[in-house]
Design a protein around this ligand. Structure first.
Ligand code: NAP
Length: 479
């Protein structure tokens, strides 16, 4: 730490350490300090450590700022617990490499960033060779969650979990009195579940944006009117953090222009990759995730502003009016949400079998009830349903099947009206297509299989000849 003031002797005085005092790391460190733990901190850029300490106010006595990495490691009581909160990828590898000669067997390194779960597996295996424990910790809740209580998804050895659990359980968000943190499996399991959480978050946000688009472009409603509807929905079955903040951002007025701020924000959404990772992973496992696929596609197209301008000039951006009630929109969003979460939990079930993780699906729903971005009251019902029907799709669990029977008609009307009017609703439509396929006793893949046999002699089975496979058709060109 260049230019840092001389530090007092800090050896073994901290309970835990944290590296990376950015948005998440700084807030997490304050959260830990506030629970009475003494925390050593180190940041690559010294100025950030000083700024962090200056803003720590009355929590400063619980913070041990360190000038050098070796001093930081030495400041932590053994076995050491060291949390990394740096960008996923090379930064994590570099930081582990820098720590490696300084830590001892039995110490625990925690990667609390949004790392790729397979990187976590690789790092856990490499550190295990030196007897260093590794915990891959998915942390959700943004800056506010990190500061006052995130939802956390842990993967790693029992020893690593046992070392960190006492701290994580007191800094976590609480639903009733239940801390929103759990040990979900070995090595990459926590980061995997966090990845799927983020995928579901993409779908949830996209469906909300599609309903907003229908209200803005199909119904001519202004931001404040739309915000008021979302505020009302937040008191009903859709009650959730994402609906709550949608109402909040729709109501915000720009001080400089007096206009709704949301109308001034450029229509291009960023992404850091966890949604795309989720889709790629789902594809490799043959676990359909259409709502997340649509959401990732929509974010990518949002970034193609020039192509969209050219498309509007070539084809016209004209949109016909839609006539939908607030209740229908609410109901359609509710059905879409259930289908997206059902797909997400099915992916978790598939991954759990593939990786032999034994992921506790009801517990995952429980630790998402508070602290994280997708938190909602509905997750409590989902945890109960997953407990009652552990082997079933969430969509088929009795309570959720009843919800779908009641609300899919609205989803159908809303998607139908949007399609007819030219308002894009790719995630809602993808969910409707998924629903219609999972309830189709006789599908259309008989034709696909016939085509495959016709061009590639792939063979088929006949419904009237059970047990016989690899049959071929007497294909001939028509007429
Ligand atoms: N922001 C969120 O809402 C959120 C939510 C959940 C999870 N996450 C995840 O949490 C992690 C941290 O995100 P953030 O938003 O807190 O990032 P951030 O504000 O950009 O802070 C990044 C921190 O990492 C340090 N850093 C960057 N590159 C480094 C390197 N090569 N070696 C050592 N330190 C390095 C930075 O130090 P300097 O001061 O030297 O630049 C800074 O302290 C990421 O994996 C992110 O995906 C973020």
């Amino acid at each position: 730490m260049q230019g840092a003031e001389a530090m007092t002797d800090t050896r073994d005085t901290a309970d835990i350490g944290l590296i990376g005092l950015g948005t998440m790391g700084g807030n997490l460190a304050l959260n830990i300090a506030e629970t009475g733990h003494r925390i050593a901190v180190w940041n690559r850029t010294a100025a950030r450590t000083r700024a962090f300490l200056a803003e720590a106010d009355d929590l400063a006595p619980n913070i041990v700022p360190c000038a050098q990495l070796a001093e930081f490691v030495g400041a932590i009581a053994r076995p050491r617990r060291i949390i990394l909160m740096v960008p996923a990828g090379q930064a994590v590898d570099d930081q582990i490499a820098a720590l490696r000669p300084l830590v001892d067997a039995g110490d625990v390194i925690v990667d609390a960033g949004n790392s790729d779960w397979q990187d976590t597996q690789r790092r856990a295996a490499a550190l295990a060779l030196a007897g260093v424990e590794f915990l891959g910790l998915g942390v959700s809740g943004g800056a506010e969650g990190a500061r006052h209580g995130p939802s956390m998804m842990a993967g790693g050895s029992d020893r690593a979990w046992a070392a960190l659990a006492p701290v994580l359980q007191v800094i976590a968000a609480r639903f009733a009195h239940d801390p929103c943190v759990a040990h979900l499996g070995p090595d990459g399991a926590g980061h995997y579940v966090k990845m799927v959480h983020n995928g579901i978050e993409y779908a949830d946000m996209q469906m909300i944006a599609e309903i907003y688009g229908l209200m803005r472009d199909g119904m001519g409603q202004g931001a404040v009117t739309i915000g008021a509807a979302f505020a009302r929905w937040n008191a009903g079955p859709l009650a959730s953090y994402l609906i709550e903040i949608t109402a909040e951002v729709a109501h915000a007025i720009d001080a400089a222009t007096g206009q709704p701020l949301i109308d001034l924000i450029v229509d291009q959404a960023g992404q850091k990759g966890t949604g795309r990772w989720t889709v790629i992973d789902a594809q490799t496992r043959a676990a359909p995730l259409p709502a997340v696929e649509a959401a990732v596609m929509a974010r990518v197209l949002s970034g193609e502003a020039e192509a969209r301008l050219a498309g509007a000039a070539r084809f016209g951006g004209a949109i016909a009016a839609v006539d939908l009630s607030e209740t229908e929109l609410e109901s359609a969003l509710f059905a879409g949400k259930i289908l997206a979460y059902s797909q997400g939990f099915s992916l978790l079930a598939t991954a759990s079998r593939d990786e032999t993780w034994a992921l506790p699906l009801p517990r995952i729903a429980q630790i998402w009830r508070a602290g994280c971005i997708i938190r909602s009251a509905l997750l409590d019902d989902m945890a109960n349903a997953l407990n009652e029907s552990p082997d079933s799709r969430l969509a088929f669990a009795p309570a959720f099947a009843a919800h779908l029977a009641a609300h899919v008609p609205s989803l159908r009307r809303v998607v139908g009206a949007a399609v007819a009017a030219g308002v894009p609703v790719p995630a809602l439509a993808a969910n409707l297509g998924y629903f219609d396929m999972i309830r189709q006793a006789r599908g259309t893949a008989n034709l696909i299989q016939a085509q495959r046999d016709r061009f590639g002699e792939h063979g088929f089975a006949r419904a009237d000849r059970p047990g016989q496979t690899g049959l071929h058709g007497p294909w001939a060109k028509p007429g």
